[in-house]
Design a protein around this ligand. Structure first.
Ligand code: BG6
Length: 505
């Protein structure tokens, strides 16, 4: 009897025949993420039997030029290129001018020809890999050109974050999208949701009987969620200066991680039921205590420092950044969920750039034992149980508990039960973009944002952003931290589980 069995119902299906049309095909995201992900899906037989990709962008480019450009981009990812020739035969290119509907009509005619050539019957993924400022224009024009119509095959619009920069602009963007597309056609990507270990949180919670009974205020003292990066702002100053860490990481990835840990079990593992539960959770977020904003929030920006032994500049000295910028690159936030399960349990959310190491981790801190019978011998200091869900770069689950130290002395030590994805002999994990694109082709919206969730998260964050950005002492409230550290000391005062208080092991 094998020790581990795979539930075959979870083995992925092959999607229906379709085309993937990438708007912004000459841009960074297409070469860095999308085409390499599609190539890996193709090479592993996970794309449809009849399938092609059509790049669309402003640049005039021949098909060969596009193929060569994509060849370089995929090769640079260090993947096995043995399927390239077959893949290249599926790659096409057609120029469009984003605000000229006639060019979309020409594109539509070209897609009809390509459908006939590849034996595809009208199903299309329309991926927006364009700057967010263009989303509205392209979504509207797609609708006007009839490219959203599902009369001949399905049409699915894939949109990357940011979904607006506040509640109003996200609604406005959605109105533009809804001119042509219905909600079931819209796939709003959050690449964190498509990470294998993030999906595992749901399996872990709801496929095991032993944790869920403890998963509430009676047994859990606090929960922390951290996404730490060593990278700085890179070449994205233009965007990041406007966004800062709250819009860039909290409105989306942090909220989804929170929802996965805290949402109620859905009645069925089905896209809308799962998303309903996430939405309910967002609706239960306690409005932020603006009267004591900085009692619950620490914002900071990195100074010059060292990452992996190399000197790195301060945020304000990065190319394209205003030398007096007040954009936060780090935040710790204490939030509460006002529902039966979580009343009174603090959730500490932390995210920052240029920190000590790259780490995405969720820690469930359990309560102390109700009565310590070892007090007389061991004192008060018994470490509580912790369940650590490591999302990246390590993909692990560790449960810390107390056991007797071997030997004559009465002493406790912390020991761990540990599971690692990396230890699995045949690791079959998929990259986040592969998963997201495969799910879009399958029409499975479970790991995508629904507009109600987007709006609820903006509604939670908007007052915080407004209060931070309009307060007179904004500059004084922005802490500083040396690049390569775990952030400002004040974050450790707010969050008891901060690495300054609790060693990262
Ligand atoms: C993106 C943010 O959504 O996520 C970036 O815009 C951030 O600022 C990135 O660096 C982090 O993603 P990952 O998968 O590297 O943790």
């Amino acid at each position: 009897m094998p020790e581990e069995q795979i539930n075959l119902s979870l083995v992925p299906r092959r999607p229906e025949d379709c085309a993937v049309v990438i708007f912004g095909a000459s841009g960074d995201l297409t070469g860095r993420k999308l085409v390499p992900a599609l190539y890996r899906l193709f090479a592993s037989g996970a794309t449809p039997e009849h399938f092609y990709i059509c790049g669309a962008a402003r640049s005039e480019m021949s098909r060969e030029e596009f193929q060569n450009k994509m060849h370089q981009a995929v090769e640079a990812r260090g993947v096995d290129m043995s399927a390239w020739e077959r893949f290249a035969a599926c790659l096409h290119y057609h120029p469009v001018v984003y605000d000229q509907v006639e060019t979309y009509h020409a594109l539509a005619a070209r897609l009809d020809e390509l459908d006939a050539l590849h034996g595809v019957k009208g199903n299309r993924i329309l991926e927006l890999a364009i700057p967010p400022t263009m989303y509205q224009t392209v979504a509207l024009t797609l609708g006007q050109a009839g490219l959203a119509s599902e009369e001949h095959g399905w049409r699915r619009l894939v949109v990357e974050k940011p979904f607006g920069r506040d509640l109003d602009s996200s609604r406005e963007l959605n109105r533009a999208i809804c001119q042509g597309f219905a909600e079931h056609q819209v796939f709003r990507i959050d690449h964190y949701l498509a990470k294998e270990t993030v999906q595992n949180i749901m399996m872990f919670r709801f496929a095991n009987a032993i944790f869920e009974p403890l998963w509430n205020r009676n047994y859990i003292d606090q929960v922390s969620i951290v996404t730490a990066e060593t990278l700085g702002v890179e070449h994205r100053a233009g965007y990041y200066e406007q966004a800062g860490v709250l819009r860039d990481m909290f409105q989306n990835h942090m909220m989804q991680l929170l929802a996965l840990v805290a949402a109620e079990p859905p009645s069925l593992f089905e896209a809308n039921r799962v998303r309903d539960e996430r939405t309910k959770l967002f609706r239960s977020l306690r409005p932020f205590p603006l009267e004591d904003l900085y009692g619950y929030l620490v914002l900071a920006q990195y100074e010059a420092g060292e990452i992996d032994g190399q000197p790195v500049p301060a945020y304000r000295a990065e190319p394209g950044v205003d030398p007096s910028s007040l954009a936060p690159t780090f935040a710790t936030m204490k939030v509460f969920v006002d529902n039966w399960r979580w009343q009174g349990v603090p959730f500490y959310l932390t995210s920052g750039k240029r920190l000590t190491e790259k780490l995405t981790r969720i820690v469930i801190h359990f309560r102390e034992v109700p009565h310590s019978l070892f007090r007389q011998v061991l004192g008060e200091d018994i470490q509580t149980n912790r369940l650590v869900l490591d999302i990246q770069p390590k993909e692990e689950i560790t449960l810390y508990f107390q056991a007797k130290q071997p030997g004559a002395q009465v002493a406790l030590r912390t020991v761990r039960l540990h599971f690692s994805y990396q230890d699995q002999a045949a690791k079959q994990g998929t990259e986040a973009y592969e998963k997201a694109l495969a799910d879009a082709m399958l029409g499975d919206q479970m790991l995508f944002w629904r507009q109600d969730g987007v709006e609820l998260c903006w509604a939670f964050l908007d007052p915080i952003l407004e209060a931070c950005e309009s307060c007179g002492d904004r500059a004084d409230r922005l802490h500083r931290y040396r690049a390569g550290t775990w952030g400002p000391r004040d974050a450790a005062k707010l969050w008891p589980g901060h690495p300054y208080n609790y060693p990262v092991s």
